[in-house]
Design a protein around this ligand. Sequence first.
Ligand SMILES: Nc1nc2c(ncn2[C@@H]2O[C@H](COP(=O)(O)OP(=O)(O)OP(=O)(O)O)[C@@H](O)[C@H]2O)c(=O)[nH]1
Length: 736
Amino acid sequence: MVKGKRGAFYDDDDLDDGYDDDDYDDYYEEEPAPPPKKAEPAKTQVAGKQAAAQPAAKAVPAAAQAAGASKLAQSLCDPPPPAPGGKAQRGAKPDPAVKSLHQPTYPVAPAASGSSPFQFDTPSPDDAVKAAQERKPGAVAPPATAAAPAAPSLPQNKNFLRPSPMMQQQKQQQQQGGPANGEAAADEAARRVASLGLASATSSGSVPEGSGTPAAGTRHHHPHVGHPEAPNALAHPGGLHGLHTRRPVTEYTMEPDLAREVAAATSSETPSTSAAAAAGGGGGAAHARPPLHLVVLGHVDAGKSSLMGRLLHELGLVSSKEAHKFQRDAAAAGKGSFAWAWVLDERPEERERGVTVDVAMTRFATNKFAVTLLDAPGHRDFVPNMIAGAAQADAALLLVDGSPGGFEAGFSEGSGGLHGVPGGQTREHAALARSLGIEQMAVVVSKLDTCGYDQTRFEHIRATLLPYLKSVGFKESALQWLPASGPLGENLVAPPQDPALRAWWGPGHPCVTDAIDAFAPRERAVSRPLRMPVSDVFKSKTGAVVLGGKLEGGAMRSGSKVVLVPGPAQPFTVRSLEVGGAATSLARAGDSCEVALVAHGGGGGGGAIDPSMVTPGAVLCHPDFPAVLVTKFELRIVVLDVPVPLLRGQAVTLHAHVAREEGHISALVALLDPRSGEVLKARPRCLTRGQSALVEVTSSRGLVLEEYGHYRSLGRVALREGGRTLAVGVVTQLLE
Ligand SMILES: Nc1nc2c(ncn2[C@@H]2O[C@H](COP(=O)(O)OP(=O)(O)OP(=O)(O)O)[C@@H](O)[C@H]2O)c(=O)[nH]1
């Protein structure tokens, strides 16, 4: 078996001869070893790093698989204890009545044995959709309704994120069955493709957000599926507005008053050029800038948390006194080199292990943007959490360890085969980020101090990584490259000081904040009805139940009516709003928002929302255009680094915005040409790495999803299993 390009890895004969059900069992037979605590690297950063990385590179046994997590994952994924002083989500006081959305039972599992990582030579699902839209002559004709150009990328939504201690502090200060009927399903799905052409799969993708086609009468209607955790779900608006009855989101026109406010806010939102204002941090100064959700990605130990911790200090958001305290406490714990990482790695387990687990969220302002920073974990056990951060990001910083051996470990392909060593997360993170819609990225090469800031090392890393990043779909022009060091504070907010680095990266070259400001702001999807996936629920000091999340579509203001899907049938009224940590009367798509709700028509203070009604995956919606829960949908996927081919019936964990659900691939509808989107083969028997396909997926419980063309962030799904991302794709049709 040859490692190599997609399509060359498996052929039909391989599948007939080489794989059977037992292969799936074999895949999990090795015993995993939980990653140990990271050694304090002392002088040998590289050795410490590799020591931490190696033991995890084993397969997960069936038992651990069943348990759903490695010891590390299990030990680190329990609900975070309230921080001393009672800090909880978003700085709220812990309240037993308020559900933590930290996903305590999140089935993180270690990567099972790996094969050599997938090497894309084709576009991401986004690009495949675009390619289908820009169909070349000779390809399958698109349906009559699908002809519009590709929509611009829009901000993604987020999963359950943890505000950094700094952000919490700011906040406190401010406010205080198996494949059912699969053959028939495949037949039906293949018929759909044959009759509609590929673009049926991408019909929604062919519609720019803000215009789009009405949902045609081709939707299948099935009874609404209630969410088991939401007893009233059957009565919620999603249930009342089934797929066939709900008003197409394309019919939405914003209410005139709201539209006026949105227009006024948009016109006043001009990037600031005041460095002084930027240094002033969050609050009002940050609020005037356009938002940028920035995720920090990279292999474990690449230096992500340290870089961001030090950056916050350089921006004046972590005082010298606080920094000294971090240094002192980290040194006392024998973790001195992780002191800057402690700014963002708050949980005791994270500090003890030196491993980021949650996505830590914090905010700061640059000259141009109000940045919401999402520090993602690098360890492979926590890739799902990384997906949660990346799924809502507008841009990424990819940290690459430039130390001798460090880059190679993070960029390793793995040894391939059923029992091989998985590749480094530099590859997986980059591929996932692109597939989740991130188009612009700055590659920050850290730890070059370990090789005397050798310029040739930097150039070697760039030359090695660039072809891979291009192969996963990044445009070279959308990539930036720069050296920086978090612990040493080099090239973060100003040109480097170290003469060795300054010799080749002096003034005139971008520092980290310059690179952030070079990103293009993302378009706000305000022309769609309101959608805000809820990532946090907490109680404010005044006792109001507050929902936190990022608006993925539309806008709302104080007094707006909203509904929760799934959730109680009655609508709620927006009582108050905060954006970027500051009270406001308006929140627009692209904003991270905290909204206090009262029951609509409750008079006076109104009735409070019951926090127990807010389930993970719930989405705040416009009452006249609510989302629906779906249990069956069609995806256009790119198959990633699968050790064995995907077959109908493949069990998967579905990751979509805040939601996560078990499910399976209920039909392999069609194999597609990854570039043109043309149907190459209807009802393929299996899917192998690198292939692009249309599949039908069934989830065990209802999920809020939207067609990709209507809300990109609600229309992207990652399919994972056994600690491995099998495929990523975009929703092309909601079926049931
Ligand atoms: N010498 C040197 N060490 C660095 C540099 N950046 C980070 N480190 C060290 O690398 C180790 C890991 O740093 P972290 O910031 O925790 O890495 P991370 O990428 O956030 O790790 P995870 O979040 O667990 O994936 C720490 O000991 C840091 O002090 C650098 O530029 N130079």
